[in-house]
Design a protein around this ligand. Structure first.
Ligand code: FES
Length: 123
């Protein structure tokens, strides 16, 4: 049986996102200081940016590094569409909603990420 995907928990403090194989693994923390780990597939549903290079916003959503689409990491759903496309960054009325609509159907894949000893393990 293959080893589960894992990384040291020390490399994943609250507010960080790391790459583990095909997964973007992060810790969205909480106000009470508790770790809240997540793992989602790495490719943005918009134009395939690497979500392992994204960031976590104040609401605990994963934000794409290219056009700032926002994802609910518990479901993989895009909750806010992109602010631009290709090299353009700015308002895209209609287009933003269209991408968000199809991304509600084509969600990111989600895995459970839990603490096991000194590591965060993907189940
Ligand atoms: S590639 Fe992610 S929002 Fe455009």
């Amino acid at each position: 049986m293959a080893e589960p995907d894992r990384l040291p928990a020390a490399e994943l403090p609250p507010g960080t996102v790391r790459r583990v194989g095909d997964w973007a693994v992060g810790n969205r923390g909480s106000n009470d200081g508790e770790d809240r780990y997540f793992a989602v597939s790495r490719r943005c549903r918009h134009q395939l940016a690497d979500l392992a290079e994204g960031s976590i916003d104040a609401e605990g959503c994963l934000v794409c590094p290219w056009h700032q689409s926002r994802y609910d990491v518990r479901t993989g759903e895009m909750v806010e569409g992109p602010r631009g496309f290709l090299g353009y960054h700015g308002p895209t009325p209609g287009y933003t909603q269209l991408v968000a609509a199809y991304s509600r159907i084509l969600r990111l894949r989600v895995r459970r990420a839990t603490r096991a000893g000194d590591d965060v393990v993907l189940e």
